[in-house]
Design a protein around this ligand. Sequence first.
Ligand code: ATP
Length: 130
Amino acid sequence: MNLLINVRNSLLKTARSFTYAFKGIYLVIRFENNTRIHLFASIIALLLGVLVKLSAIEWALILMQIGLVWAAEIFNTALEKLVDLVSPGFNPKAGAVKDIAAGAVLVISIMALAVGVLVFGNKLNMLIKF
Ligand SMILES: Nc1ncnc2c1ncn2[C@@H]1O[C@H](COP(=O)(O)OP(=O)(O)OP(=O)(O)O)[C@@H](O)[C@H]1O
């Protein structure tokens, strides 16, 4: 009986953690301007993927890039909020932390764009040759 109660409590705790995580994603989408660009790019990539009938491996590459960009943006936003919390006033170190985190998002976004161009470019090239 105790085991069942423990399992139930543990499942409830996991479900609650998922709710908090979804709330975090919602907050980023709702209040961060940059996410509109990510959302737009993600939707275009998914639609284009369906249109050109990507293979499983191509889908894996594209989905990985979308996930990486979103995860980077979410981490970046969390860091921005943390910096604002611990250093509300002007502080060059606080600015540097934000710039470095933004740099990470930029690196991942450029790589995602490069992967997108390679995958879709190759696919379109193959379709044109047929
Ligand atoms: N507390 C601070 N002290 C010094 N410079 C800061 C500080 N906060 C922000 N900055 C500088 O201003 C830039 C923009 O900061 P901000 O918090 O407005 O980020 P953002 O990318 O415009 O975020 P968002 O628009 O998503 O809120 C930072 O990258 C940093 O260079």
